[in-house]
Write a protein that binds this ligand. Sequence first.
Ligand code: C2E
Ligand code: MG
Ligand code: MG
Length: 712
Amino acid sequence: MNNTGNLLLVDDELNLLLSMEELLNLHGYNTTAAHGGVAALPLLDSQHFDLVILDLNMPGVTGHDVLRHIKENQYNVTVIVVSGETSFEAVSEALKLGAYDYLRKPYAPDGLLTTIRNAVSKSQLEAQNKVIQDKLSDSERLHRYIVEHSPDMIYMLDEQGCFTYLNDRTTVLLGYDAENLIGTPITKLVHKDDLEGIDELLHLDSSTDFISKVLRLKTSDGLIRFFDFELSPIQLNSNNGIATLFSGQQRSSGVFGVARDITARVKAEETINFQAYHDLLTNLPNRGLFEDRIDMVIAQAKRNDQKFGLMFLDLDRFKLVNDTLGHTLGDLMLQAIAQRLQSCVREGDTLARFGGDEFTLLLPQLHGEDDAILVAEKIRAALKKPFSIEGHELYTSVSIGIALYPQDGTNLRELIAHADTAMYAIKQRGKDGYQLYQSELDNSSPDRIVLEHDLRRALDGEEFALQYQPQVDLITGKMSGIEALIRWDHPKQGRLMPMDFIDIAEQSGMVVPIGKWVIEKAIQDWVVWKNEGIHISRVAVNISSLQISQPTFADEIIELLDCYSMPAHYLEIEITESLLMADTTQVVEKLRKLSDHGIGIAIDDFGTGYSSLSYLQKFPLRTLKIDRTFIEEIENKDVDAYLVNAIVSIAKGLNLELVAEGVENWAQLEYLRSRGCDKVQGYLFSKAVDADEIERIVRAEANSSYLEKAEA
Ligand code: C2E
Ligand code: MG
Ligand code: MG
């Protein structure tokens, strides 16, 4: 028997109630009998019935009251009223209160059974329907929840590319209200550079599964975010039922899909890419990127028959900043320098940090060398102005080598090598300048790389030698001292002068052990002379700034003097002016220690740096050596050489001994003497000579003064 449901029978007439129950049981219904309305209410409250057969006229709780109770409590139950009451009001009131049907007493059993059957099946249908409805709305709620709470944008576009649907996530990601975007063309949101080809995306062939593309969208606050779009064509076939969604609408197809915000990933990739191709200190392109760019520029120049230029820039004495002020300040200085360099170049030029204190500059589309020279001049001028770094006023200069395509090279390697050769030539000529590459430069200096390599073995191979250049006192006419100058007898290149290798020695750090050797050798020579009765009252030794930055620098010199029993005042060390500017306390302390010990401190090449008087005062100096370039400018004794005059007065003001370097003729000597500079060094008297030659000079002096000899 099929499920006929639970029936509640309500009547105050017990006979009628029981006979109805009997009848219905006989037809297979489950019934519960309630004797009157009062008994019905708790039954309705406590269990579910599919159907209620209800009498109207009952004492206490009437059929109308029961109907009202059902309605108020929203019990889902069908009610058939079976009553002797026939007044229109009573019946219509019952129907209004939700009764399903009305049967008049006395009822014909067949009529009752038919009505009940209909009601039960209606009630069952309704119940089934409700279940389906509930399932549907659950499913719709679930899908809506998934779509609206998706981490990605989900959208639909019509054939015109206008949004027809957007999930709520859009509002979060783009800042626009998703509702307001409906009807807006997507092109309004897409970055202009991504618009190309977008039409194609919006009209996907229906055979396309999906395609994906990264598009940049503009957010409501004017930013750009990256989205990975996946688009599929909307398939209007009967299988997916989508067609019916669009039925009656003109727009009938388009695309839909998801768009994932990949901004964070793109930014991370950009950073990684940037880091791979840039120098992190200065943010300039690094060597790798620079070489890529050259390759591109070469290809372009070849195609269009154009010239371009490549510059190699090397900061002069930059190591000094690092060695004396520390790497933190050195880094700040490099950043400031990079900024200045950048301000000298045009858009389209590539400035790169090649390494340490080396920069390269690529100048595409150059008309000729004049253009390159202009840029080089501009750079030099820009770097001349002082840098203010953490309270230090620092100066720098740069040596620039220039190679031009195609005349100086047609590939990356050649161009870089030739620009480097040109740069090195300018370093050798005293730094601070620029040089265009010429093929003659190739032979003028030995290969740096080879030399650096050879230098490491030169000390062990005893390839270094010292020569000494006399200094002459113009008042006594006698040799007042000598300066030790290093030479390198290279097994293949022959004798090399300091300018060929001191820079390399400094850059590779080899200058430290080499410098130590120089000091010891000079002391040994002095001792040998002394033992032979030859008195040399001063031996000057050149010291590189890198040596001074060694913690044990001062102690080692003092130890050597002790070891050879050479009184300290016979030794003088020559330091460069640039060291003064880096007035770190450590440098001052070391020099003071030496000076307190009796060792003389001389400033070499004075006037070429930028040291101010206040710097000079801080250091325990004994001697100023006027740089050769100032002496060169002396034409004759009657024409004022203002810079020489200025330096002479500085030395007198600070009570320093003065030595003029590079004196080559009598006019210079006379001028210096007339201005009160009494010590000179230069070819006029002697070049640097070997130690035994010094011995000979001193012995000869016993007879006549050096000055007289020279005059004769
Ligand atoms: P400096 O200390 O200024 O030495 C003077 C340089 O001028 C020497 O060149 C000397 O030969 C040259 N000179 C002297 N008189 C004249 C002259 O009348 N006319 C001209 N045109 N030149 C003259 P040198 O020996 O080639 O040394 C060059 C530089 O190399 C030195 O300049 C010094 O800075 C450096 N140097 C030399 N020996 C050493 C050393 O043992 N250690 C370090 N760190 N540097 C050294
Ligand atoms: Mg010197
Ligand atoms: Mg000098």
